[in-house]
Design a protein around this ligand. Structure first.
Ligand code: DGT
Ligand code: CA
Ligand code: CA
Ligand code: ZN
Length: 571
């Protein structure tokens, strides 16, 4: 999605939600959602289509909707939506954040039980008045209570990719009034989840920025609106904190609000040792307050005698000492990546044909890519029988020799590691593949010792190249399975099995801490996306983010090598 279109898309979806909640019309919500999807898929800002008049030709965007989009795009507001909002109690939209509850349900809960907030819904479930409604049962009540607990849990954090898309829409929304703007906090440090979103703006016209911020269409509650700081809650439950500063303080503010808190504490102590004072406005002389640095972060680090510290490293894990001694690693970057081997296709549970995956990889400028569909025992993922696998190998061979592609296509498999540690295809078939990713997709709840043996057995197979998503965790839904990481990392090093850093947005597996531990064991890594659609190849940035948080350099990562060297590593 073009980030500039985020607010318009949210606006259309919110209209659809409210219309569906009030049940006033069956068809209009569908029309609004269709228009939202169309605009979400546009490659350019909606303003471009308004300018050249082509907006009315977009599929699903008829006269009525295009008028609203225009009004909104021109004024940042929409009368129609304001009116709709006034027609329902403000708490209703928050109910939509509960996994079990959609707009129709919210409408019925409101109409039939007068429920207008999460608190009231919880009480109604506990008193079993929800199960008395037609079509609802005690099971539903339990599930709703469960999702309320999850929503409220202090552990409620948002995955990094959600933060990225909200951040880019908000930045697009504010950019006209901002000289400089950036997301700070845990998002900028690329933590796997974020608690809230922090945005820093440099501007001379703070009131204008604040006006625009609190009128962002997805805002459900304005917690505070001040001269330099405002906070809002979005409909999704994500809080956004905005700070507006002078250009002169922008670097100091960005540094302060990027954190981490522990990094800031160490930095401030170092500043004090050197006779300075460091806060969110500047680095200044301790006696006399004279300004020393603050326009950019680099200016501050320079003045403190430190190398520039990349945000991903700012976790008080020795980065300040390393920066002082000039020995910070040159972190791996997205531009170092030369290929992606974890790609599913519509032969199994992916939704793009092989050719679309290859073209997308070629468009990213990769030298090589790998097809790795599921193996035969992965029934839910439509794993390939031996016969189909044979056919896929031939198909890829043909595509390589067709002369259609510059990129080298490798053919492998994401092979299930069976409960006893055997791989899901026999050696004869595995030996014909360019590479093999071994992954656990079943029996996640094994005892630690048994799971460790299972992985060790798999890694002792001569054909396994990569251990896929090594811990199996899924953010917010599944814990990592138990295993002895130290023994697995030692085996990976000794048997030359490469460890995957899986960039699928809900996996991010290995995470930063395990990457650091594996690096201490001298393991080699591979950054992959686990794509099930050709657009997901862009998720490589998430694998890169985890790798950078784990202090990896290009040398640690197999798929930064040219095809020739890479082939010998996986061969
Ligand atoms: P989060 O939101 O839980 O994912 O994590 P952060 O790191 O984004 O934390 P947040 O939003 O509470 O604050 C943003 C940054 O502001 C934080 O990383 C460091 C800075 N900061 C906030 N409170 C303090 C504080 O009391 N002392 C210092 N030194 N820095 C603070
Ligand atoms: Ca934050
Ligand atoms: Ca914050
Ligand atoms: Zn997998």
């Amino acid at each position: 999605m073009d980030p500039a279109n985020g607010p318009v898309v949210s606006m259309l979806n919110e209209i659809a939600d409210i219309l569906e909640i009030t049940g006033s019309d069956r068809f209009r919500p569908i029309a609004y959602r269709r228009a939202a999807r169309t605009i979400e898929a546009l490659p350019k800002p909606i303003q471009d289509y308004i300018k050249d008049g082509s907006i009315s030709e977009l599929p699903g965007v008829g006269e009525a909707i295009s008028q609203k989009v225009k009004e909104y795009a021109l004024t940042g507001k929409l009368d129609y939506l304001e009116k709709l909002r006034k027609g329902i109690p403000p708490g209703l939209l928050e109910l939509l954040n509960l996994q079990e509850v959609g707009p129709k349900t919210v409408g019925r809960l409101y109409m039939e039980l007068k429920i207008t907030s999460i608190d009231e819904l919880q009480r109604a479930c506990e008193e079993h008045s929800v199960s008395k409604l037609k079509g609802f049962g005690e099971k539903t009540e339990e599930r709703i209570l469960q999702s309320i607990k999850f929503y409220r849990g202090s552990s409620r954090r948002f995955i990094l990719s959600t933060g990225d898309s909200v951040a880019s829409s908000i930045i697009a929304h504010l950019s006209a009034n901002a000289k400089l703007i950036e997301a700070a906090g845990s998002l900028r440090r690329r933590k796997e989840t974020i608690g809230d979103l922090d945005v820093i703006v440099a501007s001379d016209d703070s009131p204008a920025v604040m006006d625009r911020f609190v009128s962002y269409p997805d805002v459900s509650i304005v917690y505070s609106r001040g001269e330099t700081k405002s906070s809002v809650l979005l409909n999704s439950g994500l809080q956004v904190d905005l700070r507006v500063v002078d250009e002169k303080s922008y670097g100091a503010a960005l540094l302060y609000f990027t954190g981490s808190k522990d990094h800031n504490v160490e930095l401030r102590n170092l500043a004090i040792d050197r006779g300075y004072k460091l806060n969110e406005y500047s680095l200044s002389q301790r006696n006399g307050d004279q300004f020393v640095a603050g326009r950019t972060e680099k200016e501050v680090y320079d003045a403190l005698g430190l190398q520039f510290i990349e945000p991903e490293l700012r976790e008080a894990r020795g980065e300040i000492e390393a920066a002082r001694e000039g020995r910070l690693p040159r972190l791996v970057a997205e531009s170092d990546i030369k290929g992606d081997l974890h790609c599913h296709t519509n032969w199994t549970d992916g939704s793009s044909p092989i050719e679309a995956m290859i073209e997308a990889a070629e468009n990213r400028g990769y030298q090589y890519m790998g097809i790795s569909d599921h193996s035969k025992s992965s029934k839910i993922a439509k794993g390939l029988s031996e016969e189909m696998m044979e056919r896929q190998l031939k198909r890829v061979e043909k595509l390589n020799s067709s002369g259609k592609y510059q990129i080298r296509v490798l053919c492998g498999s994401e092979v299930d590691i069976m409960p006893d540690g055997r791989l899901d295809y026999d050696d004869a078939l595995l030996s014909r593949m360019d590479f093999v990713i071994g992954s656990v997709h079943s029996r996640f709840n094994m005892e630690k010792a048994e799971m460790t043996e299972r992985l060790l057995t798999a890694m002792s197979n001569d054909y396994i190249t990569v251990l896929g998503h090594p811990t199996g965790r899924q953010l917010g839904s599944r814990e990592a399975y138990a295993f002895d990481a130290e023994r697995i990392f030692e085996a990976a090093r000794d048997k030359k099995v490469i460890l995957e850093v899986n960039g699928s947005t809900e996996r991010l597996d290995l995470n930063d801490q395990l990457i650091m531990e594996a690096k201490r064991h001298k393991c080699v890594f591979m950054l992959n996306t686990d794509s099930h659609h050709f657009t997901s190849l862009a998720n490589i940035r998430y694998a890169v983010s985890m790798a950078r948080r784990g202090w990896l350099t290009a040398v640690d990562v197999a798929n930064t090598s040219d095809l020739k060297e890479f082939s010998s590593m996986i061969g």
